[in-house]
Design a protein around this ligand. Structure first.
Ligand SMILES: [Zn+2]
Ligand SMILES: [Zn+2]
Length: 131
């Protein structure tokens, strides 16, 4: 069964034939802005296992100076995937349609989390990155 995802307005749809890897949540200030949320919820994907099914012409992208980029729907604003040096790097878990066989394994950069966020005690956390 392919894994599928779509943006909030449904204009853009994708599928992944393969597995998501290394699901994580990053609480750094850049991810808060990029994902408009308390943290990112993100997993890695092999570029050759990923296909846009519909609406890829509606994608808009933003790339930071460090080469990390995001692709989002120009109509509804959902952030669908991340890129590194222009190549697909991973997907946002929030736009998945089904429940994939993966859970967020760890939370990184909790040392710079927002003051208003409360992180449950039971999750695995790193003050900065995990490597
Ligand atoms: Zn959309
Ligand atoms: Zn981050």
């Amino acid at each position: 069964m392919p894994i599928t995802g779509e943006c909030f307005c449904g204009s853009i749809k994708y599928q992944i034939i393969g597995n998501l890897k290394d699901a994580r949540s990053c609480h750094c200030s850049r991810c808060r802005k990029a994902f408009s949320s308390q943290a990112s919820a993100y997993a890695l994907v092999e570029p050759n296992e990923f296909n846009w099914l519909q609406g890829s012409e509606k994608l808009t992208s933003y790339e930071s100076e460090a080469g990390f980029g995001l692709q989002f729907c120009s109509r509804c604003g959902s952030t669908l995937c991340g890129t590194y040096n222009g190549e697909l790097h991973g997907i946002t878990l929030g736009c998945l349609n089904e429940s994939p066989e993966i859970e967020i394994g760890y939370h990184i950069y909790v040392g710079s989390k927002a003051a208003w966020e409360v992180i449950p005690e039971s999750v695995k956390t790193f003050k900065e990155g995990c490597q």
